[in-house]
Design a binder for this molecule. Structure first.
Ligand SMILES: C[S@@+](CC[C@H](N)C(=O)[O-])C[C@H]1O[C@@H](n2cnc3c(N)ncnc32)[C@H](O)[C@@H]1O
Length: 216
């Protein structure tokens, strides 16, 4: 249903401290584009391939949704809790000439209520550090993945925030929220995943790519 953003019955999701994940506000486009000059290359390096069905979990303003949609030929579910972000993402995808299968305005933890088919790939970029129950989140992801499907977590490396500068200023979540790939494994693998590979996303990020082995 391209062009239409579906919200839950109440239309507004109250964004309290409990619903909005910590330190996950969408960055300004100026420094985001300076940090990620090649979003399509990032998506390809994470193993996304044509014809996969993908969920872009916490898609923000669509910075990665547009190249995702282009690569997989529109087989994308895009979810965010912020309707304003989804509106920007919809325009970004439209500008790129791609399409999205379904826009979902919801809390990421409720994804099972909104994604009615099994998908082959779930991406969560620049958000996992702020999820309170990370294993619970990974379980929710596992519930909508095909057997053998992949779950990618793109995170800031656990460097001190003052060292991760972009356009001359420290950027990204506060240092104590940042996770190493090993720390991500500890919380994701109990949900039925094994680590497939860790991709370096210079200068400050990595992508931890997991494969689902069983539903935990
Ligand atoms: C830092 S942005 C990252 C956006 C995009 N993935 C990227 O890397 O460019 C994080 C996004 O997570 C969304 N978000 C925060 N809490 C959420 C929740 N509980 N459920 C769904 N989305 C949430 C925010 O609205 C924001 O758009």
């Amino acid at each position: 249903m391209q062009g239409q953003i579906l919200c839950k019955a109440s239309t507004f999701i109250a964004m309290t401290d409990e619903t909005f994940f910590s330190a996950t506000a969408m960055p300004d486009r100026e420094w985001w584009a300076a940090l990620w000059p090649d979003p399509e290359g990032v998506i390809r390096s994470l193993g996304v391939e044509p014809r996969m069905t993908v969920l872009d979990l916490c898609c923000g303003d669509g910075y990665f949704t547009a190249p995702l949609a282009k690569i997989v030929g529109g087989r994308v579910y895009a979810l965010d809790i912020d309707q304003g972000m989804l509106e920007q993402a919809r325009m970004e995808v439209e500008r790129s000439g791609a399409t999205v299968k379904k826009w979902i305005c919801a809390d990421a933890r409720d994804l099972g209520e909104h994604v009615s088919e099994k998908v082959g790939y779930v991406l969560i970029a620049n958000t996992f550090h702020g999820v309170p129950d990370k294993t619970g989140m990974a379980r929710a992801v596992a519930s909508i993945l095909e057997p053998g499907g992949h779950f990618s977590v793109v995170n800031w490396h656990p460097l001190p925030r003052e060292r991760t500068t972009v356009l001359g200023e420290p950027r990204g979540p506060r240092t104590n929220l940042r996770m190493s790939p090993d720390e991500v494994c500890v919380v994701v693998e109990p949900a039925g995943f094994v680590l497939d590979q860790v991709v370096e996303l210079a200068p400050y990020h990595y992508g931890a790519i997991f494969q689902m082995v069983k539903t935990a």
